[in-house]
Design a protein around this ligand. Structure first.
Ligand code: SF4
Ligand code: SF4
Length: 430
């Protein structure tokens, strides 16, 4: 059989572009427009530029690339749009078209190849990188460099955004099955992520504990790999497809009731695998089957009757909506419901909780100044709540918000919803 041609899927579709009626109701929900006040850095302006390229009225040149690159792909505009414009799909496709049309200098090509095609899908290389980072952090070298003030301005920001390394990593749990506590209600698979396996190993373990407490037999399938979300956001769709095929082959047909992720950014892409394979005779139907099984951990737990053995967690927290949970997956009430089920916990809402914190995958590393400007405003809202902790639902947001609480707050801890539940179960005394 001839290989399926994905070219039509890898550029903005005219039918998607045509949904925009240029009303501008999305502008105020766009962090880059709020920051810069420039129409071309608003959702409406970006769609206008995509239309120009689609009609052949403008070239894919430096100006277009800059405005599309500066988008956080946070999809805040998608929630605000009354016409149902699927902006996330548009910007991802625009980036894929740019990727295909723009020859990059050799050093950029090399970095992208190493990061996206070698490091992220490789368990061996992620473990190696994690161990090296752990050595730098555990040896005190990182602390010394910080205290001596050896890092210049931008490097200081990048250092604050460096993911932590946790030992042992979560890859050591791959291939394991964790039995349900009490009678088994569900058989689920946990997707460990890529960087999260070394930077959020304890969060993944907490996720396993909370799920098993709630009657889930948790499998961590050995054949899984990075979901490809970072690739899709960067326009590197063929590599994303390669990884998606591996995940579908490894996870479908195993009798799982759900494929669970604790990372909102991954969840959006996993639930939209069908956008990558539309019409593909080999994986088109499978991608729909796969996407239907994917559940964010908040969504999954909030839909069941929770194990009530929750102990007190006496703190006030505020919740930051992860963009790919609130806007990408329309999941807003569920994490709040879970937090409100914890005895002793007070949830204080912040203004603009569903506006991006500036993390956006690796956006904060590529566009550090913009990301830090957005973060500063976010932290003003966090601080106004007076909360002891910030809670969110995505590891990438946790890194960004931790940088924010250190730089603009009082160092408030930043936790995942699941970590609060885990703490509450641990505090239960019968
Ligand atoms: S995805 Fe976010 S940053 Fe991009 S245009 Fe929409 S609201 Fe603005
Ligand atoms: S994306 Fe939606 S809200 Fe924004 S200008 Fe177009 S139709 Fe209006």
């Amino acid at each position: 059989m001839a290989a399926f041609d994905f070219i039509a899927l890898d550029k903005p579709r005219q039918s998607d572009l045509d949904r925009c009626v240029h009303c501008g109701l999305c502008l105020n929900s766009c962090p880059t427009y709020r920051e810069l006040g420039i129409e071309m850095d608003s959702p409406r302006g970006r769609i206008y530029q995509m239309n120009q390229v689609a009609r052949g009225e403008a070239a894919i040149g430096p100006s277009y690339i800059e405005h599309i690159d500066l988008c956080l792909a946070c999809r805040g505009c998608e929630s605000a749009c009354p016409s149902g414009v699927q902006y996330g799909r548009l910007v991802e496709a625009a980036r894929a078209e740019i990727e295909a049309a723009t020859p990059r200098p050799w050093h950029e090509r090399l970095v992208r190849h190493v990061v996206f095609e070698r490091l992220l899908p490789s368990r061996f290389l992620l473990r190696l990188a994690g161990r090296m980072l752990w050595l730098v952090q555990a040896s005190g070298l990182q602390k010394m460099i910080r205290s001596l003030g050896l890092l210049p301005g931008r490097m200081k920001d990048l250092d604050r955004l460096a993911p932590p390394a946790e030992m042992p990593d979560f890859f050591s749990s791959y291939g394991r099955v964790f039995p349900a506590e009490g009678s088994r209600r569900h058989k689920v698979a946990l997707l460990g992520g890529c960087i999260a396996n070394v930077s959020f190993a304890r969060l993944n373990e907490a996720t396993v504990r909370v799920l098993t407490k709630n009657g889930c037999e948790v499998h961590v399938p050995d054949g899984q790999t990075c979901c490809g979300a970072l690739h899709v956001h960067a326009g590197i769709r063929d590599q994303a497809r390669k990884q998606a095929r591996q995940n579908m082959d490894a996870l479908l047909g195993q009798g799982f009731d759900a494929l669970i992720t604790n990372a909102a950014g991954c969840g959006s892409t996993l639930k939209e695998y069908h956008d990558l394979f539309e019409g593909d005779p080999a994986y088109g139907a499978k991608s729909h089957e796969f996407s239907k099984l994917v559940k964010d951990v908040n969504e999954f737990l909030a839909a069941m009757e929770l194990n009530p053995n929750l102990g007190p967690v006496r703190r006030t927290v505020t919740y930051q909506d992860s963009c790919h949970l609130a806007h990408g997956q329309k999941i807003r009430a569920q994490p709040r419901k879970l937090l409100q089920s914890v005895p002793g916990l007070t949830l204080k809402e912040m203004a603009g909780s569903d506006i991006c914190c500036g993390s956006a995958g690796i956006y904060n590393v590529l566009h550090t100044d913009m990301a830090m400007g957005i973060l500063e405003k976010k932290m003003a809202n966090v601080n106004r709540t007076g909360a002891d902790e910030v809670v969110t639902a995505n590891p990438g947001c946790m890194i960004q918000l931790r940088a924010g609480t250190c730089q603009h707050g009082s160092g408030q801890p930043v936790k995942h919803v699941v970590e609060i539940l885990d703490e509450s179960y641990a505090a239960f005394r019968s």
